[in-house]
Write a protein that binds this ligand. Structure first.
Ligand SMILES: [Zn+2]
Ligand SMILES: [Zn+2]
Length: 327
């Protein structure tokens, strides 16, 4: 197999030949056909997450086909198309796993962070954490659903069912969740980096009722807001934009420090919460309904060998929607 490997944080990924791996008990080997590039991959490469592991193969929006099956795997077959997400494994016995909150597991394994991921021609996955994808939809179009879509979906559920939804940071996740929210009959208010007219226009093409700069006041009060951008300054801005009793959801794994703000922005039962990871149930719920929602993912594809270019383009905001690597 070949992979683009992060040998040390803050260095470019290196194209590497590796011996083929065999799936262990409860595992499958997946021939990767597409792997999305997520903001979290940048955090891994930049060494911004705690306890980084290196060398590591990033990538956790994996679409592939099973080409080897380990012992004691049930319900999956050779050649089947599956998705491998960020949540790679949970312990099953910690208090969080026992209370159906496996996204908060004390001993998790994360694909592309603490276990090798999908910036490769093949990967090994825990069979119980892989999602059968069926045959509807192209490999490339499905890849961004595996994290941008799933984490966005969980964030949307936690935001509540208010009609006016603000999305701060209009990248891969927001461009999917805007479509889901429209399908649910909500009004989407899209906030981008100040002056990013192109992304604001992109948001309008996806049905946003309004799109503007992140420091603007939207034309209507918001019921809830999801912050996908990694910018702490957005937290007080979003609190200011929501109504009494509204909720601000921070969807990212990493964010710059939140500046101090007057208590009045939180007063009147406004809520500020974060979303961490996903549960398998989130994935099952979202992927079952996704075909009905008519989601069109906007993707820019790169050859797997050019993973560094894709990461640089994501960092610089050079494309709308999501980047996908293709071996
Ligand atoms: Zn991700
Ligand atoms: Zn656990």
């Amino acid at each position: 197999m070949q992979a683009t490997v992060l040998n040390r944080p803050r260095t470019p990924l290196e194209w590497t030949d590796l011996p083929d791996r065999q799936p262990g008990q409860g595992q499958i080997r997946v021939k990767v056909v597409a792997c999305g590039v997520c903001r979290t991959d940048l955090h891994v490469v930049d060494g911004e997450l705690p306890d980084p592991r290196a060398p590591i193969i990033p990538g956790h929006e994996i679409v592939g086909r099973i080409d080897a099956i380990g012992a004691d795997v049930e319900g999956l077959s050779m050649g089947e198309r599956v998705g491998v997400p960020w949540l790679g494994h949970t312990c099953g016995v910690c208090p969080y796993c026992r209370m159906q909150r496996e996204n908060l597991c004390d001993h998790p394994v994360f694909t592309g962070y603490t276990r090798d991921g999908g910036f490769a021609t093949a990967t090994i996955a825990d069979a119980r954490f892989a999602f059968p994808l069926g045959e509807v939809g192209s490999d490339v179009s499905l890849a961004p659903l595996l994290c941008a879509g799933l984490i966005g979906w969980r964030s949307l559920a936690i935001a509540g069912d208010g009609k006016n939804l603000g999305l701060y940071g209009f990248g891969a996740a927001a461009h999917i969740i805007a479509q889901v929210a429209r399908w649910q009959g909500r009004s989407v208010f899209a906030f981008t980096r100040p002056g990013d007219a192109a992304t604001q226009a992109f948001a309008r093409t996806l049905g946003a009722a309004w799109a503007g700069d992140s420091d603007e006041t939207p034309p209507e009060q918001l019921d809830a807001a999801i912050i996908f951008a990694t910018v702490g300054e957005l937290v007080p801005r979003a609190l200011k934009a929501i109504r009494k009793g509204g909720r601000v959801v921070c969807a990212g794994i990493h964010m710059s420090d939140i500046p101090s703000f007057p208590y009045a922005l939180l007063w009147e039962e406004r809520q500020l919460v974060s979303v961490a990871n996903l549960t398998r149930q989130d994935g099952i719920d979202f992927l079952r309904q996704a075909p009905k929602m008519g989601i069109i993912t906007h993707t820019t594809t790169y050859p797997l060998r050019n993973a560094n270019v894709a990461l640089a383009d994501l960092r610089a905001g050079r494309f709308d929607g999501a980047a996908v690597l293709v071996p």
